[in-house]
Design a protein around this ligand. Structure first.
Ligand code: ACO
Ligand code: OAA
Length: 373
């Protein structure tokens, strides 16, 4: 592994303070406002975690009930947004759809002052599943769906809209855990994008729209889709192992492995792997899960590279019948909590983020006339 404190990517350097999250303390831990992610994934719902990330503390029973009611009431989409979504072709990337949806909602319901920041965060959290599913079902199935359901959880609501029926208890819980695991991750690339935008005192929709653009890339959130594209090529564990060895020999990147901060393991991986194993048993899978396991084993044996949060999300989502293109939008539905919390934190103690650069271009020179060039 390269020295994390040298070279490109601002690796290992602190770019500011945060009270929201710690990543990689002791090489492998993840805590949101002091709570370990493993414990949250076991004992909490995503609604509770979202509330805690956005508002600072875990909700009481009454606060949670009121918050769930509030989010349910914010699931609807304005007609003008539905019209825009209907014009986006089926061939569009779903992340581009959410990027447009977020930006367009900013035209219809502008933040109009930082005193409304919590309201905008709640509105985006509640309406992203509606946006993506409204577009997906219209462009792929030709139907205009009703986007308001009575599902308690955002993950269950998403599956309901996508499949047109309420999800099983198991699927609703897996979605909830997945959203907990993806909710927040300190100064990752998309969150840093949001904070840079916030530091200019821009509006919440601009910050979140920019963050969606950064999350889209295959080195960040887009890795779960790329991992799925690779895994579904294989018909057996043996074939997968041989191809991974070939890719490593050719110095190709294997998506869903490695991390910019964790050194030993990504604590989210073991959690989503076990849920994926349960889903594999439910659907009677004998290929995708064993293939995923052999890829994980081979990467560790050959390169000491561990699976990150994205890797087993690929098989878990696939087992629940979610189209691959919607994997990263699910990440958005969750990470909007972390992004918005960071925007609010940046605003609360702001100085415009504007680093310097080491100049490596030509020495000073005179401008020649056009005939002399
Ligand atoms: C939710 C998330 O966003 S998690 C990240 C999701 N992204 C991916 O899964 C994409 C694949 N992984 C990667 O590209 C990288 O591991 C990143 C972007 C996550 C981290 O990048 P960096 O911090 O630059 O990686 P790092 O410094 O640890 O790389 C060390 C070495 O391992 C190699 N390496 C790292 N990840 C991988 C991988 N997935 N496959 C093959 N080789 C890898 C690097 O090429 C580098 O080799 P070198 O020293 O010969 O140049
Ligand atoms: O922290 C990072 O660089 C990427 C990551 O795992 C995340 O954003 O969840």
């Amino acid at each position: 592994m390269t020295d994390k404190k040298t070279g490109a990517g601002l690796r290992g350097q602190s770019a500011g303070q945060t009270a929201i999250c710690t990543v990689g303390a002791a090489g492998n831990s993840l805590r949101y406002r002091g709570y370990a992610v493993d414990e949250l994934a076991e004992k909490a719902t995503f609604n509770e975690v979202a509330y805690m990330i956005l508002k600072g503390e875990l909700p009481t029973r009454d606060e949670l009930a009121a918050y769930q009611q509030r989010l349910k009431g914010l699931r609807g989409l304005p007609d003008a947004l539905k019209e825009v979504l209907e014009r986006i072709p089926a061939s569009a990337h779903p992340m581009d759809v959410l990027r447009t949806g977020c930006s367009f909602l900013g035209n219809l319901e502008p933040e109009d002052g930082f005193e409304n920041q919590q309201d905008v965060a709640d509105r985006l959290l509640a309406s992203f599943p509606s946006m993506i599913c409204y577009w997906y079902r219209f462009s792929h199935d030709g139907v205009r769906i009703e986007v308001e359901t009575d599902d308690e959880g955002i993950g269950g609501h998403f599956l309901h809209l996508l499949h047109g029926k309420p999800p099983s208890e198991l699927h609703a819980r897996v979605m909830d855990v997945s959203l907990i695991l993806y909710a927040e991750h300190e100064f990752n690339a998309s969150t840093f994008t949001a904070r840079v935008c916030a530091s200019t005192l821009s509006d919440m929709h601009s910050c979140i729209t920019g963050a969606i653009g950064s999350l889209r890339g295959p080195l960040h959130g887009g890795a779960n889709e790329m991992a799925m594209a690779m895994l579904e090529k294989y018909h057996s564990a043996e074939q997968a192992r041989e191809d991974v060895l070939r890719m490593l020999e050719a110095k190709e990147k294997i998506m869903g492995f490695g991390h910019a901060v964790y050194r030993e393991k990504d604590p989210r991986n073991a959690i989503i792997r076990e849920w994926s194993r349960k889903l594999a048993a439910e659907v009677g899978d004998e290929v995708l899960f064993p293939v995923s396991e052999i890829v994980e084993k081979t990467m560790w044996e050959e390169k000491k590279l561990f699976a990150n949060a994205d890797f087993y999300h690929a098989s878990a989502y696939h087992f629940m019948g979610i189209p691959t293109g919607l994997f990263t939008p699910i990440f958005v539905m969750s990470r909007v909590t972390g992004w918005a919390a960071h925007v609010m934190e940046q605003r609360s103690n702001n100085r415009i983020i504007r680093p310097g650069a080491d100049y490596i271009g030509p020495e000073d020179r005179a401008v020649p006339s056009i005939d002399q060039r």
